[in-house]
Design a protein around this ligand. Structure first.
Ligand code: NAD
Ligand code: WQD
Length: 358
C-alpha cells in the first residue's frame, strides 16, 4: 500500500528527479509535472530523467507536461487525482539570466507558486515542501548560518529575491490559515548524481554552476576552468561553499514530508547543508584526485554579486527532521563524474541538437 500521493512540480529537473527515486523507494506514489523549460523531453513528450527513475526503482510514474502558469491545466490534474501533498521544485534558477530578464523570473517563479497555492487551497490540500535556497541569506553576518540569520537584506540577484518573496508569501498564508502545513528547505550548493550513473544534471539552459563547468574541462570541452577571485579572506583565497550531495537533499525531502504527515507544523524552515565549508580550489583538487583528471584553471577577478564564504548550520534539520547529510565531497565528485562519463551527451542522443557545448 502506498503511503500517500505526492504532486511533484519540476520533477523532470535535477533535484526533483533524484528526489522522486527516494520518494518511490519510501513507498509514496508520485504525480509529476514539468514544462521542460530546463529539462530534457523525449520524442513522445516523456521526461527522460523520469524514464531513468523508472528503470532504477522498477516503479511507474504519472507524468504531465504542464506549465504552472497554466492554472486550468493544474486544476484539471488536481481534479483527476487525489493529491495528499506537494513538493514544489519548479522554478527557473539562473542567477545571470534573472538579472537580464527579471520579469520572466518574477512571472515564472512567483505566479507559478501563486497558482499552485490557490489550486491546493481549492482542493483542500495543505501540505507543501518548498525548494528554497541559501541565497535568501544574502551576505552572511555570522557563520555557520542558522535558520535565524536575517533573510532578504542583501540578496544580490532577482532569482534569489523570488525565493525570498515566496518565503514571505508562505509565512503570510500560514499565519492567516492554520490549516497550512508547510516546510521550506533552504538548500546549500547541490552536487553529485545518483550513484548508478543513470541520472544526473542535464539542463537546457547553459551551465553556470561550478561542478558542471569543472566536468566540462575534464571532458576536454572547455580548455580551462575560470576561478572567480583568488583574494577572498579564506584559507587559499578562493570562495567557500557548503556542497551537498543531491541524494542527501533527496532524503531531506522525504524526512520533511514525513514530519508534515506525522504532525502539524504550520510553517517551518530548515537548512539542508553539510555544515562544512569547501573552497573552489579544494573542490578542484578533490575532483582531480577521485577522477584521475587534470583541471587546468586560471584565477580571474571576483564574479559580481558573489559571496565569499557561505556554509550551513544544519543542526535544526538533524534535531527535528532526524536528517543529516551522509555523503562526502569525494562521493559528490565520483558520482558526478560517473554520470558524465556514462552519459557524455546527458539524456539526449548524439543526433539531438545540443546546447551547453554538448
Ligand atoms: P532544474 O532546472 O533542474 O529543475 C527545475 C524544473 O522545473 C525543470 O525541469 C524545469 O523545466 C521546471 N520548471 C520551471 N518552471 C516551470 C513551470 N513554470 N512549470 C512547470 N515546470 C517548470 O533545477 P534544480 O536544480 O533541480 O532546482 C530545483 C529547485 O531547487 C528550484 O526551485 C531551484 O530554484 C531550487 N534550488 C536549486 C539549487 C541548485 O543549485 N540547483 C539550489 C537551491 C535551490
Ligand atoms: C560556487 C563557487 C563561485 C563558477 C548559486 C546560486 C545560488 C544557489 C546555488 C540556487 C563560487 C565559484 C563558479 C565558475 C568559479 N542556487 N565559481 N568559477 O554562486 O554559490 O550559488 O548556486 O538557489 O542561489 O547563486 O554557486 O556553483 O555558481 O559557485 O570560480 O566558473 O564556485 O565563485 O565561489 P553559487 P556556483
Amino acid at each position: 500500500m502506498s503511503l500517500s500521493t505526492v504532486f511533484v512540480t519540476g520533477g523532470a529537473g535535477y533535484i526533483g528527479s533524484h528526489c522522486i527515486v527516494e520518494l518511490l523507494s519510501a513507498g509514496y506514489e508520485v504525480i509529476v509535472v514539468d514544462n521542460f523549460v530546463n529539462s530534457v523531453n523525449g520524442p513522445d513528450g516523456e521526461a527522460m530523467a523520469l524514464k531513468r527513475v523508472e528503470t532504477i526503482t522498477g516503479k511507474s510514474i504519472t507524468f504531465y507536461e504542464c506549465d504552472l502558469l497554466d492554472k486550468s491545466a493544474l486544476e484539471a490534474i488536481f481534479a483527476k487525482h487525489k493529491i495528499d501533498c506537494v513538493i514544489h521544485f519548479a522554478a527557473i534558477k539562473s542567477v545571470g539570466e534573472s538579472m537580464e530578464y527579471p520579469l520572466l523570473y518574477y512571472k515564472n517563479n512567483l505566479i507559478g507558486m501563486l497558482n499552485l497555492l490557490e489550486i491546493m487551497e481549492q482542493f483542500g490540500c495543505y501540505q507543501l515542501v518548498f525548494s528554497s535556497s541559501c541565497t535568501v541569506y544574502g551576505e552572511p553576518s555570522f557563520l555557520p548560518i542558522t535558520e535565524e540569520h536575517s533573510v532578504g537584506n542583501s540578496i544580490t540577484n532577482v532569482y534569489g529575491k523570488t525565493k525570498y518573496f515566496i518565503e514571505e508569501m508562505l509565512q503570510d498564508i500560514t499565519h492567516a490559515n492554520k490549516k497550512w502545513n508547510i516546510i521550506a528547505l533552504r538548500y546549500f550548493n547541490p552536487l553529485g548524481a545518483h550513484p548508478s550513473g543513470l541520472m544526473g544534471e542535464d539542463p537546457i539552459k547553459p551551465f553556470a554552476n561550478i561542478m558542471p563547468l569543472i566536468s566540462q574541462v575534464a571532458m576536454g570541452r572547455l580548455p580551462v576552468l575560470t576561478i572567480f577571485g583568488g583574494d577572498y579572506n579564506t584559507e587559499d583565497g578562493t570562495g567557500v561553499r557548503d556542497y551537498i550531495h543531491v541524494m542527501d537533499l533527496a532524503t531531506g525531502h522525504v524526512a520533511a514530508l514525513s514530519l508534515l504527515q506525522k504532525s502539524h507544523q504550520n510553517y517551518k524552515v530548515y537548512n539542508l547543508g553539510t555544515g562544512e565549508g569547501v573552497s573552489v580550489l579544494q573542490l578542484v583538487k578533490t575532483f582531480e584526485k577521485v577522477t584521475g583528471t587534470t583541471i587546468p584553471f586560471k584565477i580571474v577577478e571576483r564574479r559580481e554579486g558573489d559571496i565569499s564564504v557561505m556554509y550551513a548550520n544544519a543542526d535544526l534539520a538533524e534535531k527535528e527532521l532526524g536528517w543529516k547529510s551522509k555523503h562526502t565531497l569525494e562521493e559528490m565528485c565520483t558520482d558526478f563524474w560517473r554520470w558524465q562519463t556514462m552519459n557524455p551527451h546527458g539524456y539526449r542522443n548524439k543526433t539531438t541538437k545540443m546546447t551547453n557545448g554538448h
